[in-house]
Design a protein around this ligand. Structure first.
Ligand code: SF4
Length: 388
């Protein structure tokens, strides 16, 4: 059984430099690398075409040339994508495929199209209004159009069998990651928030079979550990669309006397929450997945009448036993900013303590966050203090 720390170290190295991994994969396999974007892209299609799907990540470098292409009041992720295009850091990608998601992302993709005219960019317009009668057939058409694009790009025919195989491969990976989530919730194993980010982020950028092989060993080792988590305040991390929060932020949250037991972050449970149905037509299944994901973990970028994020969040807290919520909001993330009042009202009504932390691409006020976290944890440990 592989050593847990070795497996995590390997995945951390890859998650920190996904472009180097993709270069190596490309050299070894002589196949294409396709950049995809959050939060609803079906990576299975790219895999079935024989290419490597990579969710393009935020880059920590300060934004320089990208400033001339996108205003400062766009979220850091969109500005980082633009900057990576302007500074020619996206050369490993043979093409980019995007499923409609939010205005800022569409702006970034336009800027990439402008900066990188040699690299094809294809947009599939998924409907955000989930309840309309015409939404499922329209989304199905978009899945088909992605398939056609990939077939042209990779000069292959994506067979039903290949797609069904890819669906099973990604489901297996998601199931293993959800097992780690279950272990963390149960308190039977101690896995830090930063390590969890590493596991999910590496699954977004790696060959899925290779990732699953490492992960299977890791899950086996974690199951065997049965380490009891120390008596810390149990927290749920919520929000942070499109890219992972910085490790130093997660570390400071946990270093104040808390343990993160669950999350609905995009680079987290949101990404791996839902499997694609394995029966029936695979294109239908990928269409179904789009709707199932939003029912499982509702997203502020989609509109659906019978589900809402706040109900999901309160249900998750019951399930994990988290005593409080830290909401991590990407600065200028419009969908999250607009939804936050609903979350706040629901948490206040349910008397769940919560703390909002806004994150910025440009830096992190670690010490100020530490002070706020310490006060927040004190409020949870001694609720009388808040009412005195
Ligand atoms: S959803 Fe938020 S974080 Fe993601 S691209 Fe849009 S504005 Fe940025």
């Amino acid at each position: 059984m592989p050593d847990t720390q070795d497996a995590i170290a390997t995945l951390t190295r890859i998650a920190q430099d996904p472009h180097a991994y993709a270069q190596g994969w490309k050299r070894q396999h002589q196949r294409k690398v396709i950049g995809t974007f959050p939060m609803n892209f079906p990576a299975e299609l790219v895999h079935a075409a024989g290419a490597l799907p990579v969710v393009v990540q935020d880059d920590r470098a300060p934004i320089t040339l990208g400033r001339t292409l996108m205003y400062e009041f766009y979220c850091g992720y969109a500005r980082s994508l633009t900057d990576q295009a302007a500074t020619r850091k996206l050369g490993v990608f043979d093409a980019f495929l995007v499923v409609d998601h939010c205005v800022a992302l569409l702006g970034a993709v336009d800027a990439m199209r402008f900066e990188l005219p040699e690299q094809p960019v294809f947009l599939a317009q998924y409907m955000a209004s989930m309840d309309e009668e015409w939404t499922p057939p329209e989304v199905r058409k978009q899945v088909e159009s992605l398939q056609t694009q990939l077939e042209e790009l990779c000069a292959v025919t994506i067979t039903k069998e290949a797609l069904a195989h890819s669906i099973r491969a990604f489901n297996r990976n998601r199931q293993l990651l959800r097992q780690v989530y279950d272990l963390r919730r149960s308190g039977r194993t101690r896995i830090t928030a930063t390590q969890m980010q590493t596991l999910v982020k590496s699954s977004m950028v790696m060959d899925i079979e290779e990732h699953t092989a490492i992960l299977s060993g890791l899950v086996g080792a974690l199951e065997a550990e049965r380490e009891t988590a120390p008596n810390l305040v149990r927290l749920h991390l919520s929000g942070h669309f499109c890219h992972g929060p910085r490790p130093e932020l997660l570390d400071v949250i946990e270093s104040c006397g808390a343990v993160v037991v669950d999350d609905d972050l995009y680079t987290g449970f949101r990404y791996i929450s839902t499997d694609v149905p394995e029966d029936g037509d695979p294109v239908d299944a990928l269409t179904r997945w789009y709707f199932d994901r939003n029912t499982r973990v509702p997203c502020a970028t989609r509109a659906q009448k019978n589900v809402d994020w706040e109900s999901y969040l309160l249900g998750s807290l019951k399930n994990s036993g988290a005593a409080g919520v830290v909401i991590l909001m990407v600065k200028f993330c419009e969908p999250h900013m607009l939804y936050y009042p609903e979350l706040r009202k629901a948490l206040l009504r349910a008397q769940v303590p919560h703390l909002l932390i806004e994150t910025e691409h440009e830096g992190l006020a670690v010490e100020s966050i530490r002070v706020r976290m310490e006060a927040f944890l004190e409020q949870i440990r001694r609720p009388a203090v808040t009412t005195a």
